[in-house]
Design a protein around this ligand. Structure first.
Ligand SMILES: Nc1ncnc2c1ncn2[C@@H]1O[C@H](COP(=O)(O)OP(=O)(O)OP(=O)(O)O)[C@@H](O)[C@H]1O
Ligand SMILES: [Mg+2]
Length: 369
């Protein structure tokens, strides 16, 4: 009876011991998952944190030290020393042997008849090594994605700059070449009229031709102005936005209110052009999609930042349909704002309109256009 009782006692002691070991393993796995959750932590930090938490999961934690050698880098606990009481697992990245994970005991633990390392510890080590391989793969993929994104941003910026220069060139040609040629035609028509007194048919024809030249010159000026907002360069952002609002109202029939609560002088050329182009794109969207009767543009400064808001009272932008669309307007705005270190919030409510709020710091530089 006594012998039976002793056996039960030793079995339950063994079970408790195993349970304690399993709990340590689980804690280790959970801690590794937690470390990997934060995408902002660098790969180096992740590996250092993991190596530091490993010894606590081994039977003789006080004597244990750990090291990860991976792709030429070395991460180790402060007390690490390679001894003959060692256990290791190989790390594979994308199927290639890329490193090793090792646990050592600083001296021989007094484990008597028990094994120096448990089977479960080797399993845990293998599992951590496999996980490390996957973490590296993931971080590499993240890095590549980030750099591809950065390259795309760069490309978009240079495309925007090229577009802006091309707009200037075309506006110049329209104004200086075509505009002057039309003016010369108009003068010649006047001379022709003077040469043909009493020839009513010709006089009438020259009159309609002259009127049509006037209309063409006006259209030409409007197009040139849209391409290159001279007013923006000469009179500043407030005046340019007001004119933009008036012209928008005239053309679309949508009431446009403009409130600028900041001095034009506070916006440098680059920031002014960015804000101006954003307003142009947002107003185009209002005219094309919103079915609105009113739009309000407001611009103010707040803690060293310019805050632009464009709100309409239309049908409201639907974020879900936005997901499936391959459109460029809002994407272009987002990228412009992002490259200036700013933020964009755009929201719509069914039948209660859409509001876009853009915040950009005053101190943007020329190349970030
Ligand atoms: N003010 C708005 N009210 C309602 N829906 C809007 C508004 N602005 C944008 N949208 C919706 O968001 C979509 C995306 O706008 P975005 O400017 O990116 O593209 P687009 O105007 O359709 O084409 P483009 O690339 O020529 O600008 C629009 O197709 C429209 O469905
Ligand atoms: Mg658009």
């Amino acid at each position: 009876m006594r012998a039976g009782g002793k056996r039960v006692e030793s079995n339950s002691a063994q079970l408790i011991r195993e349970l304690r070991e399993r709990t340590k393993e689980l804690r280790c796995v959970y801690a590794i998952s937690k470390i990997c959750e934060n995408p902002d932590v660098s790969l180096e930090d992740v590996l250092q944190r993991i190596v530091e938490l490993l010894p606590a999961s081994w039977q003789y934690a006080d004597l244990a030290c750990a090291r990860i050698a991976l792709q030429g880098d070395d991460f180790r606990t402060r007390n690490f020393a390679r001894t003959r009481y060692r256990q290791s697992a190989r790390i594979f990245v994308c199927g290639r042997l890329s490193g090793v994970l090792e646990i050592c005991y600083l001296c021989s633990p007094r484990c008597g008849k028990h094994a120096l390392f448990l089977k479960a510890e080797q399993k845990l080590l293998d599992m951590v090594a496999e996980r490390l391989g996957r973490i590296v793969e993931l971080k590499n993929a993240e890095r590549e994605l980030k750099s591809a994104h950065e390259r795309l941003r760069c490309l978009l910026r240079s495309v925007e700059n090229a577009r802006e220069n091309e707009r200037k060139r075309i506006a110049h040609e329209l104004h200086d070449e075509l505009g002057h040629a039309l003016m010369a035609l108009k003068i010649d028509l006047g001379l022709l009229r003077d040469e043909c007194p009493g020839m009513t048919v010709i006089l009438e024809k020259t009159r309609t031709m002259s009127a049509s030249i006037d209309t063409t010159i006006r259209n030409l000026q409007r197009i040139a102005w849209e391409l290159r907002p001279v007013l923006l360069e000469e009179f500043g952002l407030s005046a340019a936005i007001s004119t933009l609002g008036e012209e928008f109202e005239e053309r679309s029939g949508i009431r446009c209110l403009v409130r600028v609560r900041a001095e034009s002088g506070e916006f440098n050329q680059d920031l002014s052009l960015v804000l101006y182009r954003i307003i142009q794109e947002l107003l185009t969207n209002v005219a094309r999609h919103a079915m609105a009767t009113k739009v309000t543009i407001s611009l103010e400064k707040n803690k060293g930042r310019s805050v632009l808001s464009v709100k309409d009272n239309g049908k409201g932008l639907d974020q879900e349909t936005l997901l499936g669309k391959k459109t460029l307007g809002l994407l272009g705005i987002r990228e412009r704002v992002h490259s200036c270190g700013g933020t964009l919030q755009i929201q719509g409510q069914p039948n209660r309109g859409t509001s876009a709020i853009i915040t950009i710091p005053f101190s943007i530089t020329g190349e970030r256009k």
